[in-house]
Design a protein around this ligand. Structure first.
Ligand code: ARG
Length: 564
């Protein structure tokens, strides 16, 4: 039973509003004293030609109180409905217990494909914490869409092509050695890359040389490509180590280099469609009608650009996946880049340009300001994750030294804390790293939610065999139980809301609310030592919360250990 719908149905009958209008008018009051549902009568004043409080009185008198409603009250212009708690609990909990881990999932996305371009780090640059956001937000969006039945294609659009590889080749020739790169991997590549930038400031000829090497790469020069492939393999190995720690996977690693041989026809198409213009030796698409700087397609020296590859990738993805949405995650400083090339797709006459969605997010800040590879003061993702695990281990040693498989739990909790911290606020906000806050077991954190889940598991373990048949739901008529039922009821909508807004924080926050409600329930209500009917009903709540919390965490890409 959908209670809100039922209430709306009653009201529609009594007011002659359409069911849809009634449904849109029914509110869920923030203040519990105002009932579980409230109907404000202001909108009816025009039709009824009376003061709203009078209308509220009249409408309320006309309502037949259904069995699931305990009480109807008129307060000012509002009609407040109080649901019978036992019936409410029965409706919600039976559904959760029957659907188990499928509760909240749906098939609204059946037959639709969503391409999600996330993580997409740059080869030969370390995987720094800036890419953490793209990785974890993208992974959560993937799982959220998947739960709604969409076919998801996770794409890693690696930054593995472009002038920077020309720079790296020049740097390698001048200051690198095979041995050092083999031994130190990306660290060494980064060192020579930083060196290149320092040297090029003094000697601009190095930049020209780098551009030439990139042109050679585009032309298929063997030496250039062999070096490039070597840098590529070294980088991928390192990225995959981090993905494994995070539990993140991709369906395709089609990075920028993948489009090298696919750009020429696209440039031809732009020409044929009369969109391409020459400007100071370069080829551009003018975007003045949108008040934007032109989109650079081909450089003066013949080199293609990031945008050229993005446009080509969009056409390829449309052809390959026939997507309903193509979602791309990057920091918000790339907003203009996406606005520009989305408009190029529009100008090409493709109406699916509106299905291209750039999902921007804020920066990661540590004390050292914006993170950049150019200057070498980066925090590597792997170091950060290892530190999170180390800090968690210390806490476990202190709180629960006899815990079995401490190593594994420290990993799940430490990494979970980092992911949760990233997904807690709206994505556009900057993320600040603070171990103290992130790992606070009593704060609004990953460990807090995981701990609550583990607490539920431990109660169930101590309870032993339980039957979930013939539950006496009337035993759940206290406020804390009702609060949990409401949060459980809202959960499926939260998943849809998170998908529509491309905002995993909707799920994150809901899990925190659920954990808080559960802890209050646990605090107020003895479970294992209460009389049989009550015990069974309360255990049913524990089972439902445990199931939903575990699933909710998994939508965020976070494990839920049973003990911690
Ligand atoms: N490699 C880029 C960066 O690190 C992100 C790529 C995002 N995806 C895309 N299709 N442009 O900023």
């Amino acid at each position: 039973m959908d209670f809100k719908m039922e209430v709306a149905g009653l009201l529609a009958k009594a007011t002659e509003l359409s069911l849809e209008d009634a449904l849109n008018t029914v509110e869920i009051p923030g203040n519990k004293a105002m009932g579980d549902f409230a109907f404000p009568c202001f909108r009816l004043a025009k039709v009824f030609r009376k003061a709203p409080p009078m209308i509220a009185q009249e409408v309320a008198e006309k309502l037949d109180k259904p069995a699931f409603i305990e009480n109807i009250q008129v307060v000012g212009a509002y009609i407040n409905f109080f649901v019978k708690k036992g019936i409410y609990a029965q409706e919600i909990l039976s559904k959760v217990l029957a659907e188990k881990e499928n509760y909240g999932k749906s098939d609204i996305g059946a037959g639709k494909t969503v391409v999600i371009d996330y993580s997409s780090p740059n080869i030969a640059k370390p995987f720094h914490v800036g890419h953490l956001r793209s990785t974890v937000i993208g992974n959560a969006i993937y799982k959220i869409y998947e739960a709604l039945g969409y076919n998801c294609e996770g794409v890693n659009h690696l930054g593995d092509w472009g002038t920077q590889f020309g720079k790296l080749i020049v740097a390698y020739h001048n200051w690198g050695s095979k041995e050092a790169v083999e031994n130190q991997g990306i660290q060494e590549l980064m060192r020579i890359y930083v060196k290149f930038h320092d040297e090029a400031e003094k000697n601009p000829a190095l930049d020209d040389e780098a551009r030439l090497w990139f042109v050679k790469m585009q032309e298929g020069d063997e030496e250039a490509l062999t070096l490039w492939k070597w840098f590529y393999d070294i980088s991928i190995k390192e990225f995959e180590r981090v993905y494994k720690m995070l539990g993140v996977k991709f369906d395709a690693y089609t990075g920028e280099s993948f489009y090298n041989d696919k750009m020429a026809p696209v440039v031809e198409e732009l020409k044929a469609k009369n969109i391409l213009k020459e400007s100071e030796g370069a080829m551009i698409v003018d975007l003045e009608h949108k008040n934007m700087a032109p989109c650079l397609i081909i450089r003066k020296d013949g080199g293609t650009l990031y945008a050229t590859r993005d446009i080509t990738a969009a056409l390829y993805r449309k052809k390959t996946y026939n997507f309903d949405k193509c979602i791309i995650l990057t920091a918000l400083d790339q907003n203009l880049h996406f606005a520009q090339w989305f408009e190029v797709i529009h100008l090409m006459g493709y109406d699916w340009y509106k299905d291209l969605i750039h999902v921007p997010f804020g920066l990661v800040s540590l004390d050292s300001g914006k993170l950049s590879t150019r200057h070498g003061n980066v925090i590597l993702m792997e170091d950060l994750l290892n530190q999170a695990i180390g800090e968690t281990k210390k806490i476990i040693e202190e709180k629960n030294p006899s815990l079995e498989n401490k190593e594994e739990v420290a990993k799940q909790v430490g990494i979970g804390a980092v992911i949760f911290n990233d997904l807690y606020n709206g994505r556009i906000k900057d993320v600040v790293f603070s171990w103290e806050r992130m790992l606070n077991f009593d704060g609004e954190t990953g460990p807090y939610v995981q701990y609550t889940h583990a607490r539920a598991c431990s109660i169930l373990k101590r309870a032993g065999e339980i039957s979930l048949d013939d539950i006496h739901f009337d035993a759940l008529s206290d406020e804390a139980s009702l609060d949990i039922c409401k949060l459980l009821e809202a959960y499926p909508e939260k998943i849809k809301d998170a998908a529509n807004k491309l905002e995993p924080s909707v799920v994150t926050r809901h899990l925190v609310a659920m954990a808080q409600a559960f802890n209050k329930f646990y605090h107020d209500n003895p479970i294992l030592n209460s009389e049989e009917d009550v015990r069974q009903a309360r255990l049913a709540v524990v089972v439902a919360v445990k199931t939903v919390m575990k699933e909710g965490l998994s939508l965020l890409g976070i494990d839920a250990p049973e003990q911690m």
